[in-house]
Structures are given as structure tokens and as C-alpha cells.
Design a protein around this ligand. Sequence first.
Ligand SMILES: [Zn+2]
Length: 106
Amino acid sequence: MNEPQGTASSHNCPICGVGLPAFTRYPRYVCQTCAARVTDVAGRPLAFGNIDIAVGCVGAYTDTGEVYDAQVCYVAGQRCSVQEARFGGIVIQTLDAPGRGPSLAS
Ligand SMILES: [Zn+2]
């Protein structure tokens, strides 16, 4: 059975699929849990804007505090972008459309 498509009343995290409020401004944003699992391309943990050493959209490695100034990061192997949210925090969104390409989870 097919669910109705195109409704803006709900959103699912593109990484883990948890239900979230929909924001048309951020159509691919990930949930807080996944945002906390962000890494660089090599899998080193990062934090963006939510720890003392990282302000605004600037990221840092959580292990060394080294600044990470790229705005592309990875969550569960999916390439994501980082941007400042208009309400002050940061928003992480997947760069690749959900449901396309091979799925790593089963
Ligand atoms: Zn998630």
C-alpha cells in the first residue's frame, strides 16, 4: 500500500528514520541523535557549534579540539552538509537523496 506523498506534516530522519517535525527550509535534516554522531570522512568524531570550542558553524574534533573548518561531514557513512540554523544552532542535512543508492543498513 502506498502512503500519500508530499505532505509536509512530518519528516523522517534520513539516517535513522525517526519521526521529526517537518521544516520546508531543511528538507533533509537529521535528528539530534544522528547529529551527535557526526564524523569526518575518516570517521573521527566532530562537534559543530554545540561545544565551547565550536561556535556557530565551526566544527572541531571532539578528541583533540582541533578545528574542523569544512562544512561537509559524515553521519553513518552518508555525506552531510552543516549550516547555521536561523534559530542559532546548527543544522545537519544529508547531501544525497534518501532512498537512492545502496543501503548500508538492513
Ligand atoms: Zn536520526
